[in-house]
Design a protein around this ligand. Structure first.
Ligand code: NCD
Length: 356
């Protein structure tokens, strides 16, 4: 693996190795303090971020490396119309590794097709967010001591929640995992995740909008924010924004060992009073993200070879257009359409949306 675009780019063994490295960094930080001396990380954030960007930057500094980049599209040449492909080629001249966040689904793949240094997807639209999953996995390992035989409740915006899509992929590879998908009807898990991951692997799951009813059976409750910026229709956001609020009363019905995770930022979906509960893991989870990003930077830099990180997957081109309005093909200059087949369904290589 030369870049991390999707959590499935990493095997279960590689995930174990990354969590082992992160635990070793936590135990012996001094041994890693010069590991990336002379190396530069570029953080290209076309979308707002606190945790992801700053934890990447802190990670690189704690490895003895340097950081350059931008934190909003307005201060980059994207505001003048530069493509993601050109930006990735240019930044490859200045940095040894790139972490990129972009509002379009599939943007990180396009960057990796054009960069000659490793690219890390720090969130592409509503599609995926593999390094948040690394933070989630280290948190599950430290809090629960295992990845298997867990009942996981995913609550909130499962449609646009890219962290949820990557976590479902990652956890579906462990024995005895089942999911409760707790969302309003309008924000259910996308069909490409449900069908290609859960149904394809025979993973048990229940779809519900009843958090109260679900909570007593959960080992992990993964809360998410209803994401105002992803809604094409703001009146729908207003209607759904207060769908779920985790309160101390709800926590009283949960198992003594249930872990509450949240990728953060929180708006109002977890009451501040819950922060006092020992089962609230979300601030520890944010710290874990820094250690996992350190482990990932070390791994990718050790594998970098100067060649383009990823080539466009083989598949069908032709006249089909991706129908996803948020897909990178809608805005990127001269980007070829490309569809690959899984189980008889043709999907866009950039955003995984099924072709009509
Ligand atoms: C999430 C994201 O940006 O996808 N946050 C994060 O990276 N920690 C979730 C969110 O924005 O709600």
């Amino acid at each position: 693996m030369k870049s991390l675009i999707d959590i499935m780019d990493l095997s279960v063994r590689e995930l174990d190795e990354l969590t082992d490295t992160a635990l070793d960094i936590i135990a012996h930080p001094d041994q890693y303090a010069h590991a990336c001396e002379g190396k530069k990380l570029a953080t290209l954030f076309f979308e707002p971020s606190t945790r992801t960007r700053l934890s990447f930057e802190a990670a690189m500094y704690e490895l003895g490396g340097h950081v350059l980049g931008f934190s909003e599209a307005a201060s980059s040449s994207a505001s003048k119309g530069e493509s993601v492909a050109d930006t990735a080629k240019i930044v490859s001249c200045y940095a040894d590794i790139i972490a990129m966040r972009h509002p379009r689904d599939g943007a990180a793949l396009v960057a990796a097709m054009n960069a000659t240094v490793p690219v890390i997807n720090a969130g592409d639209g509503g599609h995926c967010h593999p390094t948040q999953t690394l933070a989630d996995l280290l948190t599950i390992r430290r809090e629960m001591g295992r990845f298997d035989h867990l009942t996981i409740g995913l609550c909130g915006d499962l449609k646009y929640g890219r962290t949820v899509h990557s976590l479902v992929n990652a956890m579906s590879r462990y024995e005895g995992v089942r999911f409760l998908l707790i969302a309003p009807d309008e924000l259910r898990l996308p069909e490409y995740v449900r069908r290609d991951v859960l149904d394809a692997k025979g993973i048990p799951y229940t779809v519900t909008n009843d958090l109260d009813g679900a909570i007593p059976s959960l080992d992990i409750l993964y809360m998410t924010r209803i994401q105002r910026e992803r809604f094409p229709d703001q009146s729908q956001y207003e209607r759904l924004k207060d769908s779920f609020v985790l309160t101390p009363e709800k926590m009283a019905r949960a198992k003594d060992k249930m872990a509450v995770l949240h990728p953060l930022p929180r708006v109002n979906e977890i009451s501040v009073a819950v922060d006092q509960d020992a089962r609230a893991c979300y601030f520890r989870q944010a710290l874990n993200g820094k250690y996992m990003r350190m482990a990932l930077i070390l791994k990718l830099l050790s594998q970098a070879d100067g060649a383009p990180a990823i080539t466009l997957p083989e598949g069908l081109s032709g006249d089909h257009r991706c129908k996803n309005r948020r897909c990178i093909v809608q805005t990127e200059q001269e980007l070829p359409q490309r569809f690959v087949s899984s189980d008889g369904v043709w999907r866009c290589v950039y955003c995984e949306t099924a072709a009509e």
